[in-house]
Ligand binder design. Structure first.
Ligand code: PLP
Length: 414
């Protein structure tokens, strides 16, 4: 099976259900019984593939992990409790005191906060560079760099860096490239092909099938030699290509405890099955809405890589097979105008999520980025005049009509 939609529906190696159920049941159990003491010992030593305790493995979660693996060229997968758990587990497993990660200031706000506020006191330095400048990325890497991290399309700046070029730099320097592929998902971007070492995804977004539950995924694409990762070098001798994933399963992921709930795994498996259809609809809607807003006299500027005027149009077209995702941002004349437009919307919901089935709107500068000063927001390209729209799968004409009516109601505000 190679086609995405077929694998999304049938992929993975689920054990046949004893009742023949086509949809695997939810194993809502904390602990699993062992036939004898020796089996118990072997399971704990990792020598017998059996489930022991759901913070470490669970049959429903394993099914979801295998489905993701089958969609990602056989990558090694661990499902976690949220996108932030995927990022924090990964960086904690790779970094440490007196080391650094090279990243961009154009990141999801909580990710930057994790790096610069939560992990900094533990001795991890965050080096922010312009990811669209390969020379700057190469120049920032030194012998204490434990990862390069960026987003396939940044949220909310919608910047697109050339992933293959950065992957080559990382390869030459012997540093793993960690890519947050939340906004594009494996459907629009094949991380393995691009040379990414670790892909992290907030499955809360597109994969959950409509904002049902929080979840995250970590995928080791087996493109990196873990002998070159100082934290994992010892483990690499014993586990070879499994070094990173075993370090998570047997240490970091197990000890941090941010595991995926079985019911979440059930819902996200269901979500995967319709992922392609939903992404196609949301990308097509976003493209039409970007053109509508671009042509509207009340809108100062639209940022969407699908527009030919976008700086990132060429790289986005090449990297994401001509689709440009379901997120766009646009600028009005003032913050007051942004608030008034948001208040005037009737169909589009005021909520902080992306890639829901519903179209959602937010003013990032006063919400997700509220913890940052005006200067810091400017450095992150988060402007007071910007609205973010996550385009859902509704009928496009209805979303446009809602925006048109809200924009009309603003004619008196500047
Ligand atoms: C690009 C990106 N990465 C990570 C996250 C965090 O995901 P979660 O809310 O599932 O922790 C988000 C959330 O919006 C995001 O947009």
């Amino acid at each position: 099976m190679s086609a995405f939609a077929t694998t999304a529906v049938h992929g993975g190696t689920s054990n046949p259900d004893s009742h023949g159920a086509l949809r695997a049941p939810v194993y809502d159990s904390v602990a699993f019984e062992h036939p004898d003491a020796r089996s118990m010992q072997l399971t704990f030593e990792g020598k017998k593939p059996a489930h022991a305790y759901s913070r470490i493995t669970n049959p429903t979660v394993s099914d979801f992990e295998q489905r993701i693996s089958s969609l990602c060229g056989g990558g090694l997968v661990i499902a976690v409790s949220s996108g932030m758990a995927a990022i924090s587990n990964t960086i904690v497993a790779l970094g440490g005191a007196d080391t650094n990660i090279v990243t961009s200031r154009n990141l999801f706000g909580n990710t930057l906060s994790l790096f610069e506020k939560t992990l900094a006191p533990w001795g991890l330095e965050t080096r922010c560079v312009d990811m669209t400048d390969p020379g700057a990325v190469a120049g920032a890497i030194d012998d204490k760099t434990r990862a390069v991290f960026f987003e396939s399309m940044t949220n909310p700046q919608l910047e697109v860096a050339d992933c293959t070029v950065i992957a080559e730099i990382c390869h030459d320097k012997g540093v793993p490239l960690v890519l947050d592929n939340t906004v594009m998902t494996p459907y629009l971007f094949d991380c393995k092909k691009a040379g990414v070492a670790i892909e992290v995804i907030s499955s809360t977004k597109y994969i959950s099938g409509g904002a049902t539950t929080l979840g995250g995924v970590i995928i080791d694409h087996r493109t990196f030699n873990w002998n070159n990762a100082p934290r994992l070098a010892e483990r690499a001798v014993k586990f070879g290509p499994m070094a990173f994933i075993s370090s998570l399963r047997q240490e970091v992921y197990r000890n941090l405890g941010a595991c995926m709930a079985p019911h979440t795994a059930y819902l996200h498996t269901l979500g995967l099955e319709t992922l392609e259809m939903r992404i196609e609809k949301s990308c097509a809607n976003a493209m039409a809405i970007a053109h509508f807003l671009n042509d509207h006299p009340g809108v100062r500027m639209v940022h969407y890589p699908g527009l030919e005027s976008s700086t990132f149009h060429a790289i986005s077209s090449r990297q994401f097979h001509g689709r440009h995702g379901g997120l766009l941002t646009f600028d009005l004349e003032s913050r007051e105008a942004c608030f008034a437009l948001i208040d005037a919307l009737q169909l589009i919901r005021r909520a902080t999520n992306v890639n829901d089935n519903k179209s959602l709107v937010i003013h990032p500068a006063s919400t997700i980025f509220a913890e940052y000063s005006e200067e810091e927001k400017e450095a992150m390209a988060v402007w007071p005049t910007t609205i973010r729209l996550s385009v859902g799968i509704e009928d496009c004409d209805d979303i446009i009509a809602d925006l048109a009516s809200a924009l009309h109601s603003l004619s008196h505000i500047r």
